[in-house]
Design a binder for this molecule. Structure first.
Ligand code: SIN
Length: 484
């Protein structure tokens, strides 16, 4: 990390952050740069005891934090957001070093992450209750919105900043406190956030970062009775398991899980816009987002033109380490397991008759890299259509009519994001209503913003993040029935 020569070297912390103190562990975990597989530092491998300490601190801190005026909580969050923007260069460098995405994308993520803190700073003052018309003449009925309490958050490696602020923003705005366990693959972004939280005036114990292996920390976060809400972004399999554990203590649960996004191109689509949308929806973060296009359904009348245009663009993509800036469109995958999975999806497509138009191989001598790939004539039954690939592979399936496209798109247990391109006004409405997904992009490949509700249906999750709805998951409804 020293090689990055940060403007503020104090942003690179190798200690956990509990109750306002920087904490060592008796053992440590190595953190690798996914572009080189070289070690960039270590973090404390904390366990149950330290996690319980963090939960206790969060419980103590909540007493005062929830009583703070909403305006003051908002002021602190806004300052935190501004500090992120003021230190965007350093935060982006830390992020790229541990996660791999190109530096320009990392800078985009810093701004995206800061936007959640700013948004929820504003929402803090709009947590309003209700006065109901009473059911009896001598009664008065009030509905209050109160913070749920201590929140436990487990966040992934693909957006090491934004997936934290999308949870911490609403939690802190609502008057909750948080114990965060960031991915052990990308802990430094979370720890840099903690430095800035402290600087912004977030009181001790309100935001805690516990680093280490998932199991012992996760056990406390799911089982401890003092934790009243659990929020997780990650794989569907792990999310189901964690949510089941949370039921023992009947915690509130929010889950943002895997997707398997269909991307439909109808014959009447604007070809250039569809290709542009496909590139961003597929190759953002080297294909490692939950909303990445996973399956392309292309109508037969535009199929050849779309395939050739997409393949041409993908062939020109540069892939390599995320730093220096401007030299790569695609970075490495997070680890060798990810490379193997992507390779397996490509081999399966080819074995079922798919034709490689571009790419198709892991890079020899550079263990984290997989070539940006386009495959045509992909079978609708291929692994690539059934499972999330989480890599830079676009597989194109041919279809004939609207009903077939909708049926293919909805044939999944996931229901996060979906996309389609058409110039037919009626179809815009028909298809967006028919797609069984929490989010639909029409004639665009990028849908994420702090302003709109992000989340899925079916096995893609529970709850919504961002937007005015995002704060509701951190609030309880409390009714007061007063006899007068
Ligand atoms: C995710 O991959 O989970 C988040 C992607 C986004 O916010 O756009």
């Amino acid at each position: 990390m020293d090689s990055l020569s940060l403007t503020r070297s104090d942003l690179h912390r190798q200690k956990a952050y509990i109750d306002g103190a920087w904490v060592e562990g008796s053992t440590r975990i190595a953190v690798l740069n996914p572009a080189t597989h070289e070690q960039i530092g270590t973090i404390p491998n904390l366990g149950a005891l330290e996690t319980e300490t963090a939960v206790a601190a969060a419980e103590r801190a909540q007493v005062a934090w929830k009583c703070e005026l909403a305006k003051e909580r908002g002021r602190i969050l806004r300052r935190w957001s501004q500090l992120m923007l003021d230190n965007a260069g350093d935060l982006a460098a830390i992020l790229t070093q541990e996660q791999g995405k190109p530096l320009s994308e990392a800078k985009g993520e810093v701004a995206y992450a800061a936007s959640f803190l700013e948004w929820f700073a504003e929402e803090a003052r709009r947590i309003d209750g209700e006065i109901l018309a009473p059911h009896q003449a001598d009664k008065r009925l009030y509905v209050h919105k109160v913070p749920v309490g201590v929140v436990a958050a487990i966040t992934p490696w693909n957006f090491p900043l934004a997936m934290i602020t999308r949870k911490a923003g609403p939690a802190l705005a609502a008057g909750c406190t948080m114990v965060l366990k960031p991915s052990e693959l990308t802990p430094y972004s979370a720890l840099a956030l903690a430095v800035l939280a402290e600087e912004a005036g977030v009181p001790n114990g309100v935001f805690n970062v516990v680093t280490g292996d998932a199991a012992p920390i996760g056990d406390v976060l799911t089982d401890d009775t003092r934790v009243r809400k659990f929020t997780f972004t990650g794989s569907t399999a792990v999310g189901k398991m964690l949510a089941a554990r949370c039921m023992d203590t009947v915690k509130r649960v929010s889950l943002e899980l895997g997707g398997n996004a269909p991307f439909i191109i109808f014959d009447d689509a604007d070809l250039d816009k569809a290709v542009e949308g496909a590139l961003i929806a597929k190759f953002r973060n080297t294909g490692q987002t939950c909303v990445c296009a996973n399956r392309f359904y292309v109508q037969s009348g535009i199929y050849e033109k779309f395939a050739a245009a997409l393949a041409g663009k993908v062939k020109a993509m540069r892939f390599g380490p995320g730093i220096p800036i401007g030299e790569a469109d695609c970075g490495p995958l997070i680890d060798t397991k990810a490379v193997e999975k992507v390779g397996a999806h490509v081999s399966d497509c080819v074995a079922r008759g798919g034709q490689l138009l571009v790419g198709g191989r892991a890079l020899e001598g550079a263990p984290g890299f997989f070539e940006p790939t386009v495959i045509s004539e992909v079978s609708a039954n291929s692994m690539l259509c059934r499972e999330e690939t989480f890599g830079p592979v676009a597989g194109l399936v041919r279809f004939e009519d609207e009903d077939e496209a909708i049926a293919l798109a909805n044939c999944s247990r996931a229901g996060l994001a979906s996309y389609f391109f058409t110039r037919d006004y009626g179809r815009v409405h028909r298809v967006s209503e028919a797609l069984d997904y929490g989010m639909v992009g029409v004639n665009t490949g990028i849908i994420s913003t702090e302003v709109a509700p992000f989340g899925g249906v079916k096995e893609s999750g529970l709850g919504r993040e961002g937007s005015r709805h995002g704060i509701e998951d951190y609030l309880e409804i409390k009714m007061v029935c007063a006899a007068i």
